[in-house]
Design a protein around this ligand. Structure first.
Ligand code: GDP
Ligand code: MG
Length: 288
């Protein structure tokens, strides 16, 4: 079974929502509005006999005026690289050079599939030109052309994407993520702060596990392990005399309180555990 995280990325109006609708069909209705995380906005889980795709989109930030803004690009890149495959969606009539500048600036390490959308609004020659433009780019494993609005051939569309996904047991039972545990979102909020406070190397090697989540009358008590692979990473996370972990704890608590609309007492511990793969670890832990 092919199982993996697919992250959709593209400028506003490129057709991300339309594509998602085409892929998910009536299944999309299951995804409740509550299911938003900060870095991952899980849009849908598509489960069939031989695959399960967890499809997210990447928070915006792709306007040309931002394109040289490194920190923002880093945020997009991090979100995208948390997936197994990135789908870079392009409107066939967009400015190609501009798109390419953005995609190149991401310096993606995960395989990317360029999806050229709205081919119903371009001549065959134009489509050919756009395909060859992207085919030669180093980030692009594959170029697909679609008209998300006219409807897609799901099997054909997914074939090259599934080829890039790992073999794994499904993370979710069925397609319903509306009851994704709050714990999952809380761990995402902690991870978000790790991304904000630490250099690239740390977030990449970090997973967050919630050990305790207890609702008390006046507050919610949460205790979480931050799992790293090496002692040196633990040292960085703790900081001098625990200064960094303290800062992280405060920032995360504020974010969690906003999300839960409750007062929160948050305890963080750093644990060294070599070799893990965060998504699997995290989701399996919750019994998926
Ligand atoms: P998003 O901002 O990337 O989510 O883009 P949307 O999916 O909301 O699409 C933006 C606009 O483009 C909408 O008006 C869609 O109907 C239109 N659109 C999306 N896909 C296609 C397509 O394949 N062909 C045409 N002609 N229009 C499309
Ligand atoms: Mg949209």
């Amino acid at each position: 079974m092919k199982t993996g995280f697919v992250n959709i990325f593209g400028r506003p109006n490129a057709g991300k929502s339309t594509l998602l609708n085409a892929l998910m069909g009536e299944k999309l209705a299951i995804v409740s509005k509550k299911v938003q995380t900060t870095r991952h906005r899980i849009k849908g889980i598509l489960t069939e006999k031989d695959y399960q795709l967890i499809i997210s989109d990447t928070p915006g930030i792709i306007e040309p005026k931002y394109k040289l803004h490194e920190k923002m690009m880093q945020a997009v890149k991090n979100a995208l690289e948390d997936a197994d495959v990135a789908l870079l969606i392009v409107d066939v009539n967009e400015n190609l050079e501009e798109c390419n500048t953005i995609f190149e600036a991401l310096k993606l390490k995960v395989p990317a599939v360029v999806v050229i959308n709205k081919i119903d609004k371009a001549s065959p020659d134009k489509i050919k030109e756009v395909v060859s433009f992207f085919e030669t780019k180093s980030y692009s494993k594959k170029v697909i052309t679609i008209s998300a609005l006219s409807g897609i051939n799901k099997k054909k569309f997914l074939k090259p994407i599934l080829e890039l996904l790992p073999e794994a047991e499904p993370f979710f039972a069925g397609d319903d993520i509306s009851d994704l545990p709050t714990k999952f979102f809380v761990s995402e909020l902690i991870r978000e702060k790790i991304y904000e406070l630490f250099e690239e190397e740390i977030p990449y090697h970090t997973a967050v596990m919630i050990n305790e989540f207890k609702e008390k009358t006046s507050l919610i008590k949460i205790s979480a392990n931050i799992i790293v692979q090496r002692e040196t990473q633990k040292g960085i996370l703790l900081g001098e005399k625990g200064s960094m972990i303290k800062k992280l704890g405060t920032a995360a608590r504020i974010g969690i309180e906003k999300f839960l609309e409750r007062k929160v007492f948050l305890e963080l511990f750093v644990k060294v555990k070599p070799k893990w793969r965060e998504n699997e670890l995290q989701l399996k832990e919750y019994g998926y």
